[in-house]
Design a protein around this ligand. Structure first.
Ligand code: ADP
Ligand code: MG
Length: 238
């Protein structure tokens, strides 16, 4: 069960090895990380340093090789999977935001956001109501009945953020969410992520090498050669 006051994310000595024998690659070599509910952190590192691997482990998409991983105080991995229902874990506990919005073109804006709560067992009416509220919060309420193809890129990214928040997950993983956006839109996305983190007590990890947004983080994990180093960010207001 989720524990009150537990960190949203806690990693201890997390390792990931791809392959075996001579071909083995140690992508993560013992990562420690603690992220509080409502905190937005940057995860920064050069290409090949292990960012995607770490995000995939956190998203329960791939199995770590060793170490411990907790979400909201619940052990997910402790030298092996602790959780039988990984689909439920991904659906209910983790939201994903990608560089491209990956919205479903044959569903309207509201249903794109309402789909996950429906899959989690919420009634259609309740799920659509929640979707509307989130779309309002993200300033795209007026687009609730639009088709995806009618939206601008920035609007689509907001809908994607609404979708990531739809099941009120304790953790959101964002992989280069601002890469295709200009400076103003990139900072708007970061402001929205920060507001949503506070409003829903969501921990958000933003993988990025976008120089426009790096000064906004209060705390940064820099990953290099499979290990993380924690540092203070500028925490610039947006
Ligand atoms: N499926 C895989 N099989 C083997 N090696 C992999 C695989 N995925 C990533 N790697 C290796 O793991 C290391 C970290 O990769 P990755 O996590 O994708 O880094 P980043 O996202 O920071 O660019 C790299 O050396 C990469 O070649
Ligand atoms: Mg990557």
């Amino acid at each position: 069960m989720a524990k009150m006051n537990a960190p949203a994310i806690r990693l201890q000595g997390l390792k990931k090895r791809y392959g075996t024998g001579e071909a083995a690659v140690d992508a993560l070599k013992g990562v420690d990380m603690t992220v509080a509910p409502g905190e937005v952190i940057g995860l920064i590192g050069p290409s090949g340093s292990g960012k995607s691997t770490l995000l995939k482990c956190l998203g329960a998409v791939i199995e770590p090789s060793a170490g411990r991983m907790e979400i909201s105080g619940q052990a997910i991995y402790d030298d092996r999977w602790k959780i039988a229902d990984l689909r439920a874990l991904r659906r209910d506990q983790i939201g994903f935001v990608f560089q491209a919005p990956y919205l479903i073109p044959f569903l309207d804006v509201t249903d794109n956001v309402a789909l996950l709560p429906m899959l989690a067992g919420m009634s259609n009416g309740q799920a659509r109501l929640r979707a509307r509220e989130l779309l309002e919060a993200l300033d795209v309420g007026h687009r609730a009945n639009a088709q995806i193809s009618q939206l601008s890129g920035g609007e689509q990214q907001r809908v994607a953020i609404a979708r990531a928040l739809a099941n009120h997950p304790p953790v959101i993983l964002a992989d280069e969410p601002t890469a295709p956006l200009d400076s103003e839109r990139a900072l708007t996305v970061v402001r929205i992520l920060n507001e949503m983190a506070v409003q829903f007590r969501t921990a958000i990890i933003v993988v990025t090498h976008d120089e426009k947004i790096i000064p906004t983080f209060r705390r940064i994990y820099r990953i290099r050669d499979g290990k993380t180093v924690e540092e203070a960010g500028e925490g610039r207001q947006v």
